[in-house]
Design a protein. Sequence first.
Length: 197
Amino acid sequence: MKNKIILASKSVYRQQLLRNAGVNFDVVAARVDERAIERDNQLSKLEQAARTAHLAAAKAFAVAQHHPDCFVIGADQTIMLGQMPLHKPRDMSHLREQLKMMRGKTHRLVSAAVIAKNNQILAETSETVKLTMRDFTDPEMEKVIDLAGETLLQCAGGYQLEGPSINLFEKIDGDYFTVLGLPLLPLLKALRNLEAL
């Protein structure tokens, strides 16, 4: 590795956030079965932020075991509509179904990041954002889908605030970077505290 920081994520959005912040890092995608981890009964008893941090830690550890001298950042994002978890849509039909379920309602999005080194968690942070969708019409939804296309299938919840999807929202309470995929400010602070930057 040419850098002492590794991002254990193939998310281009997380990579872009860190690059824009001036962080030098390498990317090693974590090979973790998130749905299998989520099915763990003990994990299901945890609050959303703790579950999200657990998934982020699993990703960090999966990569850190192969790169013991590096600071490995694992990250995850979860969305809950009431008690129902929402994931990346399987296909365009599922995308429409999810957006209609969220229409006119508020959902919670949690982004978590964990920094691991030598099989030890050195820092953990999570941020929660509450997002309220407008009571948009089907034609408004279709316009957003036409403009954004299948890129929405790569996004938790099936939307991108940095694109046309913003037109579906009425209110956002929380940090913008958190919605994009990382609790960036606390993560950067943790990296500075660890003298990794």
